[in-house]
Design a protein around this ligand. Structure first.
Ligand code: ATP
Ligand code: MG
Length: 450
């Protein structure tokens, strides 16, 4: 393990516990990562000290799960979860143990989900403690439930998602009995809270192995309970000229596999960008999916609501889906339309989704290149110039505030973005012309009415 600041703090926590006569070990994900030769992200510590004792030993602590014996310790800006060795007893709700019984490290290993997650490491003695055969499974690249898979998944249905996440992230094969159990119990996923499902789906999409993860969710029967719309992507044919790669699911999975460190919103946008294709599929002069971005936008909003994404995230993903085909038209857009397109919120995500869309199909990046070059050439002042006039100016001219204001001001900004006007006077004159076009007469008429 490389001596990072996070590791230094973790060692300090272990040493302090040991100096006070407790046993303390690195546990779970950090041990797995180290055994795999990866850099651990955070360090969890398992100990025989109780929460009260941990709280007494460190200046900054927070009891995050007192009933589970878990305390969060803060040291030099890093957080460490310090948990008492325990075994879990009696699962009745399919998610959380009814009670936990504090015990020893062996039992603590056997309550964990998969062998790769069930190892401990003693950093003082430099010794791996592996009661569950985790090291051998990592060597053979196998994901295996600890103990009887059916029982372990029945205890906690979230483990169904975790199995997919870890297998996909590391490209591990799932051991036969573990795989069979996930398949047999997949329908139980509906008992897990949507927030927890959302978190797992987003991790599957962003932490590596996304195409494999999505494929597994579909093949193992989980996806039909989470997002049946995504199952429907399979087998929907596309015109060969634009999509030599194959059906809509194949195209989507290729895109997922080409993502580079995506945000959750981009990854969801990629997964859902063609979600409107199955319901709009028709064979006319060729295979067509008329209006699929708009249909897809609506479906996306449904899916995001179901997954309890925030309204901000939902908006961002839905707009990615709705706009993804606009890139086709960028070279034919009027300058004002193009500038508005290029300056929309989170445009880098739109651009990246489009890049992936091209690379996973025909490979033609000319629209992508055009957008990038245009953005470089015109700069922020030209793309979003200071407005020449605003609503107050229209009021000063004698017009009453109302819905036409927006249309008039948009027309004035369009003219500015296209270089047809450049001064405040020209803007005011154009505003009056626009009001007349709308049949609203000019200021004196309006004044007389009011
Ligand atoms: P990540 O890299 O995603 O953080 P992690 O292994 O650290 O992976 P956590 O969810 O942080 O995952 O859990 C820490 C450890 O706790 C796991 O390694 C595993 O040993 C155990 N664990 C977590 N969730 C469960 C669960 N639902 N059932 C059994 N054991 C679990
Ligand atoms: Mg973790």
């Amino acid at each position: 393990m490389q001596e990072t600041p996070a590791l230094k703090g973790a060692l300090q926590v272990v040493r302090a516990l040991r100096e006070h006569g407790f046993r303390a070990l690195f546990a779970g994900g950090c041990v797995r990562d180290a055994v795999m030769g990866l850099q651990p992200r955070d360090y969890d510590i398992a100990t025989d000290a109780g929460p009260d004792e941990v709280v007494r030993l460190f200046p900054k602590t927070c009891e995050v799960g007192a009933q589970f014996g878990v305390v969060r310790v803060r040291l030099d800006g890093h957080d460490y979860e310090v948990a008492r060795f325990r075994r879990d007893a009696g699962y009745t709700d399919g998610r959380r143990p009814d009670q936990v019984i504090f015990s020893d490290e062996r039992e603590d290993a056997f309550r964990r989900d998969f062998t790769l997650n069930g190892m401990f490491y003693d950093p003082v003695e430099g010794r791996l403690i592996d009661h569950v055969g985790g090291q051998e499974d990592v060597r053979r690249r196998i994901l295996r439930a600890i103990g009887d898979p059916e029982r372990r998944f029945s205890e906690d249905h979230l483990r169904l998602m975790r199995a997919v996440r870890f297998a996909a992230r590391y490209h591990y094969a799932v051991e036969d009995a573990t795989l069979a159990a996930v398949r047999r119990l997949s329908h139980e996923i509906v008992t897990v809270s949507r927030e927890r499902i959302r978190d797992e789906v987003l991790k599957i999409l962003t932490e590596g192995g996304a195409p494999l993860g999505i494929r597994m969710l579909i093949d193992l029967g989980l996806m039909q309970h989470l997002m049946p719309e995504a199952c429907a992507l399979a087998g929907v044919p596309q015109p060969k000229a634009f999509h030599p790669e194959g059906d809509v699911l194949t195209h989507t999975l290729i895109m997922l596999g080409m993502m580079r460190d995506p945000t959750p919103t981009l990854a969801m946008g990629v997964l859902l960008h063609d979600i409107g294709k199955p319901p709009t599929y028709e064979v006319a002069d060729r295979i067509r999916f008329n209006n699929h971005p708009k249909v897809g936008e609506g479906m996306t909003r449904d899916i995001c609501a179901r997954l309890r994404l925030s309204s901000e995230e939902t908006e961002r993903i839905a707009v990615l889906v709705r706009e993804h085909l606009q890139f086709m038209h960028v070279r034919d857009m009027r300058p004002s339309t193009l500038k508005r397109f290029l300056r929309q919120a989170h445009f880098s995500e739109h651009l990246e989704l489009h890049r992936l869309d091209c690379l996973a199909s025909h490979g033609d990046l000319s629209s992508w290149t055009f957008c990038r070059e245009t953005l470089e050439q015109i700069g922020p002042e030209e793309i979003r110039p200071a407005l020449l006039i605003n609503g107050d100016d229209l009021v000063a001219l004698g017009y009453r505030p109302g819905p036409p204001f927006r249309r008039v001001l948009t027309a004035v900004e369009d003219a500015q973005l296209e270089g047809r006007i450049g001064s405040r006077e020209e803007a005011l004159a154009l505003a009056q012309e626009e009001f007349e076009k709308l049949g609203l007469g000019h200021d004196r008429d309006v004044k007389r009415i009011s």
